[in-house]
Design a protein around this ligand. Structure first.
Ligand code: FES
Length: 152
């Protein structure tokens, strides 16, 4: 058996193959693999006995889920209104200079993914980004380059 599929089954088993726990199951799989593959969604559909279309709807409804592979490290730039007026687009450009990627993309070495979010809840610090769990207020290109260099 595909070891990845086996791991997905273990996660499903952890929740007793309970269809009411679909979101939690997908969250655990997303945390483990950084994305939800087609085979994962099909496995959840089969094991939980829910239509595949329903699993896809859940997986596409929540922004936390990704249907494409993501990098080992995440960068999220806030493009909410407060950050937008304070220069979110310029911040995205600086992240792009340091990583070579645009929002929605992952670096070729699978090290970083860049995405946008609508509000991180700290508008007064805008423009804001989060690199993994580190919140950064209006970081310079050098700040972002430091993060890129320090990340493994
Ligand atoms: S709009 Fe960016 S943190 Fe709220």
């Amino acid at each position: 058996m595909d070891p990845k599929q086996n791991r997905v089954d273990l996660i499903i088993d952890k929740y007793g193959a309970n269809k009411e726990k679909l979101v939690q199951i997908l969250l655990d799989v997303q945390d483990e693999y950084r994305w939800l593959s087609k085979s994962t969604l099909e496995r959840c559909s089969k094991r939980l006995d829910v239509p595949l279309a329903y699993v896809y709807n859940v997986a596409t409804f929540y922004k936390h889920f990704s249907l494409v592979p993501k990098g080992r490290h995440s960068m999220h730039v806030c493009v909410g209104t407060a950050c937008h007026v304070r220069g979110a687009e310029r911040l995205i450009d600086r992240v792009g200079q340091a990583t070579g990627i645009k929002p929605g993309e992952t670096t070729a070495d699978d090290k970083f993914s860049l995405d946008t979010v609508n509000c991180l809840g700290c508008c007064a610090l805008g423009p804001v980004m989060v690199a993994d769990d580190e919140y950064l207020s209006n970081p310079t290109t050098k700040d972002i380059e430091r993060i890129v260099q320090e990340a493994e």
